[in-house]
Design a protein around this ligand. Structure first.
Ligand SMILES: *Cc1c(COP(=O)(O)O)cnc(C)c1O
Length: 382
């Protein structure tokens, strides 16, 4: 039996339609987009089209989209360049972010020079940041607020529009890491009032190694990667044409299918949650409402997640213990810790994330396997 993949938050398979759109750009249309002859022109046109496709998904303008190597680069770029600006003005400065961000944000902040202060905000027990906490944390030298759109571990959707409106009112630059949200829930950079937004192709059925930063028109930032004049001088390096075509196609497909697929996944997710909650000692981690359509994160009291994961893997189900990036480390999840869970509860957390190729039968089979596995593990412990 083919294993059932239930870890779409870690990465998604590239959609066949996306791959098909990409393939010619490896072989026939391999030109360097900077070249003046026809090969270059073809690549340039393909990149321009992908930029429009991505802009359309976000309600942005084409010239507000800058291609990068992925979510991590986009996060690092915005944090480093705004911090450098503040440092160049001479007096350091202050960033507000949250304790539940992806490590691409947390570690980028931690790597900044000491004269940049960083406030890591607490969240409530569902993983949600409170606007009041941001209001209270703001200082005269706050130059950046960065809050993720949706959490990669527990699926909680943050109140981005409210934070955006507050930041705009106070003239503070607002960035959101929307890697888990783009292509999965409706997003408009205008409604959210964000100045910058990070996204990544491989989280919405595009290829790995391609992402983008949305940067609001009129705001210039310094490059992170120096070199040629690509991406209007803001991100050097010969364009990853095939990857860019892929992320554009993925954006186009997501836009067309988002509403229907969101409803389908929400229904499947709720069915899975209801089934899990029937297991004795089970609890849900993350938000009851405001939750990503495909995300389920749960724990079963007394059932260690590593043991459960290995057992489920043997039974043919791929799920994760929190996030892929912290797998293998015995540290409890920083997200669950910030939500107030102790090490004991955090050591039971399992994330099952559904996606485009998850069928209702997959969810049913997973529920049956989970019941068996959990009961077995408990019996062995007793
Ligand atoms: C996956 C992820 C990233 C990193 O994106 P890459 O393209 O893998 O570098 C950043 N933030 C969040 C919330 C993610 O889920």
């Amino acid at each position: 039996m083919k294993p059932v993949y239930l870890d779409y938050a870690a990465t998604t398979p590239t959609d066949e339609r996306v791959l098909k759109a990409m393939l010619p750009y490896f072989t026939q249309q391999f030109g360097n987009a900077s070249s003046l002859y026809s090969f270059g022109r073809e690549a340039r046109q393909a990149i321009a089209r992908a930029r429009r496709q991505l802009a359309n998904l976000l309600g942005a303008e084409s010239d507000e989209i800058f291609f990068t190597s992925g979510g991590s680069e986009s996060d690092n770029w915005i944090i480093r360049s705004l911090a450098d600006e503040a440092l160049q003005k001479g007096k350091g400065g202050h960033i507000i972010t949250t304790k539940v961000e992806h490590h691409a944000v947390l570690h980028a902040c931690a790597a900044l020079p000491e004269s940049i202060d960083v406030t890591y905000l607490d969240v409530d027990e569902e993983g949600r940041v409170r606007l009041e906490d941001i209001e209270q944390a703001v200082r005269p030298d706050t130059f950046l607020v960065s809050v993720m759109t949706a959490n990669n571990e527990v699926g909680t959707i943050e109140p981005i529009a409210e934070i955006g409106s507050f930041c705009r009112e106070h003239g503070i630059f607002f960035h959101t890491d929307a890697v888990q949200a783009v292509g999965h829930i409706p997003l408009s950079v205008k409604e959210l009032q964000v100045d910058a937004l990070s996204l990544s192709g491989h989280k919405f059925y595009g290829p790995k190694g391609i992402g983008a930063l949305f940067l609001r028109r009129g705001r210039k930032i310094a490059p992170l990667i120096h070199g040629g004049a690509q991406e209007r001088g803001l991100r050097a390096g010969t364009e990853n044409t095939a990857g860019i075509v892929g992320i554009g196609e993925a954006a186009e497909i997501a836009r067309a299918e988002l509403t229907q697929e969101g409803q389908r996944l929400t229904a499947l997710r709720d069915k899975l949650i209801a089934g899990i909650m029937k297991i004795p000692g089970a609890h849900l981690n993350g938000a009851q409402k405001d939750r990503l359509p495909g995300n389920v994160n749960f724990g079963i009291e007394g059932v260690d997640h590593e043991t459960l994961l290995i057992r489920l893997d043997l039974m043919g189900f791929a799920v994760s213990a929190g996030s892929a990036c912290s797998a293998g480390s015995l540290e409890p999840s920083h997200v669950l810790t910030a939500m107030g869970q102790g090490a004991e509860a955090a050591s039971t957390a399992v994330r099952a994330t559904l996606g485009r190729f998850t069928a209702p039968e997959d969810v049913e089979a997973f529920l049956a396997a989970l019941q068996t596995a959990a009961a077995d593990i408990r019996r062995h412990k007793a």
